[in-house]
Write a protein that binds this ligand. Sequence first.
Ligand SMILES: Nc1ncnc2c1ncn2[C@@H]1O[C@H](COP(=O)(O)OP(=O)(O)OP(=O)(O)O)[C@@H](O)[C@H]1O
Ligand SMILES: [Mg+2]
Length: 367
Amino acid sequence: MYLESLRLANFKNYPAAQLEFSSEINCILGKNGSGKTNLLDAIFYLSFTKSAAQSQDLQCILHDEPFFSIKGSFNLEEKTRVVLCGLQVGKKKFVKLDDKPYKRASEHVGKFPIVLIAPNDTDVIRGTSEDRRKFFDAIISQVDGHYLQNLIQYNHALKQRNSLLKQFADRNFFDADQLQPYTEKLIELGGEIFSVRQKFLKTFQPLVNAHYANLSEESETIDLQYESHFFEDIRTKFAQNLKKDLILKRTNVGTHKDDFPFLMSDKPIRKFGSQGQQKSYLIALKLANFDYLYQEKGIKPLLLLDDIFDKLDDFRITKLVEMVASETFGQIFVTDARPERTMSIFEELNQEVKMFSIESGEIEELS
Ligand SMILES: Nc1ncnc2c1ncn2[C@@H]1O[C@H](COP(=O)(O)OP(=O)(O)OP(=O)(O)O)[C@@H](O)[C@H]1O
Ligand SMILES: [Mg+2]
């Protein structure tokens, strides 16, 4: 799969833009604030029907304009498929595939898979266990709709159990029979979520390890672990924590507490990894994400690399470029604020490379 062309109207700092891409490598070059990340974000939007950077769609509209639209023509299995998304102030956003609107934008997600590697993504490494759960849940949900439904139902049951705990505390009473059905629901759904996460990690772990070893010349060993209450006897665990639940007025046992510790030489990389090592780990995770989606869906996702060269040494940059330019990957978009660096790296490759230069929302193709 690849993106043939893109048309933007009033998207962030682009009043109007029209681009034709290489099916192999595309470099987006320009100074800080010129619009490189915004361009990748428009491509991201076509796949996920939301921005990677802005949580509110309205913030994607060019300041003081009434609407934005993004149109992308994808080549999917030798057929052109047109995705059109947009938003008008005061109206609901729309997403259309080949002129047909979706009832819900979420039905579109997963059809045109994309993997974005961006610097602020280090949240998954440095952030909380919630950031890591979100990261893995997003990957699994893209290939397993049943898992997503279980997650939604689990969170619903969790909310109900927590609100009951709060009622007990407020009214100063306790009724075990009222709490039990919610506990059972969490045990049942949590058990399913646990076994999917466990199975997923069995496939995912070796992919991450292989990418990290390749990037780092095996200079450090890494490990991706899984921590969950479900490794223990879950009913005993709930019973042991009942007092704590009542005092804190929330549920302290379950898959919503799972974590995925990332280790380097047996120490948490979050605390002890250097910036370059953390970034390398993030890249290994994302490339594994790519492999996994490709394995499960049979479509090569687009790979968007935003500012990833900074903080990597020359060896790692060379390795990364060798890797992404190999047969394994499909279409690639790379941004860089240092055009000379990117040009010298990519010009030597035996691939069709297109370079675009951006200046305050104006795009020019370099030949
Ligand atoms: N809704 C919007 N309307 C107008 N301008 C916007 C909007 N949203 C963002 N911008 C502007 O777009 C500009 C470009 O942002 P972008 O993040 O794409 O730059 P960049 O080229 O990636 O820079 P860097 O090299 O620093 O990463 C910023 O100056 C930002 O203020
Ligand atoms: Mg940027």
